[in-house]
Ligand binder design. Structure first.
Ligand code: NAD
Ligand code: UDP
Length: 336
């Protein structure tokens, strides 16, 4: 149950978050603890880091477990948020077979754990299930256009298979499932080297390097701030009825070139924009249709792109200062 502000109300639950030390997972764990739940974060630290949840370790209601989700696991829990999977194309293509296995076997393990304990599972699915879409914006009813043998297939098809597992467990009455189709999400604690557009552009702008725009930059994405996404995930998990897949994202669409230009402006950087080859199978357009989430969950993204980018830039500035790459606040800038 959630109240009018989307806060969980009622009994405190025991919640497992696979991929809990990643970007989205760490924010979700923070939110669930704030709502009064016990939280177990399970992670193999392949793309996430214990540092992302270091601030939660003081809580006696938080546990961090190092474990590979492709190996069975078992916890007495009421809810499972299944997030374990690399999310950045650069990272998930590094070891594509492992990406596919993590999404398929990892999801099966999470579902089996939910089944054993009568728990509900929310699957972190993705807009990538729509592939390079011919329907725009993308509603949940659109079946997608994924290249099943392309370089993104390990992730796209892995996530599609994971959705089918969730639905089959649900139809067989083995575990209650929710599917969040998450569109591009950004915010503090994205890994500085994870290769996604927002993190790459911010780091490049802060370092005074060229911003690497792939292709002409005319491809579009719709960027959702992390707090809005977490709100949507919690509302979806606690919705009393299984709704089928639900898109979660911000429907404001920008070109990748516009994103790069906005980041240059907001950082006050002197960096130039450099164009690089477009990766294979890079979707040309992407924008979520969020009517189902609005109607059923009262979901409404609140953080405007400029505002969210500003907060993200601040956090990257401190992360790079911590690495000694940028002057700390109040310190003089290095002469070059
Ligand atoms: P992330 O890489 O920061 O987090 C993923 C986490 O999963 C990391 O901590 C990683 O170490 C962990 N992990 C990976 N494989 C694992 C395994 N075999 N066992 C245990 N842990 C493992 O990425 P993110 O952006 O936080 O994404 C989280 C989830 O949300 C992913 O499932 C992703 O597919 C989904 N998603 C994210 C976005 C986005 O824009 N951020 C968009 C769509 C879907
Ligand atoms: N992109 C880019 N430069 C970068 C990283 C990404 O131009 O340094 C582009 C990428 O080709 C894609 C868009 O930005 O068109 C979003 O990429 P990201 O990896 O963030 O997520 P995707 O939506 O592709 O999963």
């Amino acid at each position: 149950m959630v109240d009018a502000n989307g806060r969980s109300v009622g009994r405190s639950m025991r919640i497992l978050v696979t991929g809990g030390a990643g970007f989205v997972g760490s924010h979700l764990c923070e939110r669930l603890l704030a709502d009064g739940h016990d939280v177990i974060a399970l992670d193999d630290f392949s793309t996430g880091s214990p540092a992302n949840v270091a601030h939660l370790m003081r809580s006696s209601r938080f546990w961090l477990v190092e474990h590979d989700a492709t190996q069975p696991f078992d916890y007495e829990i009421d809810r499972v948020y299944n997030l374990a999977s690399p999310a950045s194309p650069a990272r998930y293509q590094c070891d594509p077979v492992r990406t596919a296995i993590t999404n398929v076997v990892g999801t099966l393990n999470a579902l089996s754990c939910a089944e054993r304990h009568g728990a509900r599972l929310l699957q972190a699915s993705t807009s990538e299930v729509y592939g390079d879409p011919e329907v725009h914006p993308q509603p949940e009813s659109y079946l997608g256009r994924v290249n099943p043998i392309g370089v993104r297939a390990c992730y796209d098809e892995g996530k599609r298979c994971a959705e089918s597992l969730v639905m089959d467990f649900h139809r067989q009455g083995r575990a209650s499932g929710r599917i969040a189709r998450i569109f591009n999400t950004y915010g503090p604690r994205m890994a500085i080297d994870d290769g996604r557009a927002v993190s790459n552009f911010i780091v490049q702008a802060l370092r005074g390097e060229e911003l690497t725009v792939y292709g002409s930059g005319s491809q579009t994405r719709s960027f959702c701030y992390i707090d809005d996404l977490v709100e949507g995930c919690v509302r979806l998990m606690e919705h009393p009825v299984e709704l089928g897949p639900v898109n979660l994202g911000n429907p404001v669409e920008v070109t990748v070139l516009e994103l790069a230009q906005e980041i240059v402006r907001l950082t006050g950087s002197a960096s130039r924009i450099a164009f690089r080859p477009l990766p294979e199978d890079d979707p040309r357009q992407r924008r979520p249709a969020i009517e189902l989430a609005r109607r059923s969950l009262g979901f409404e993204p609140r953080v405007a792109l400029r505002q969210g980018l500003y907060a993200t830039i601040q956090s990257f500035r401190s992360a790079l200062s911590g690495l000694g790459e940028l002057p700390r606040r109040g310190e003089p800038a290095m002469a070059s």
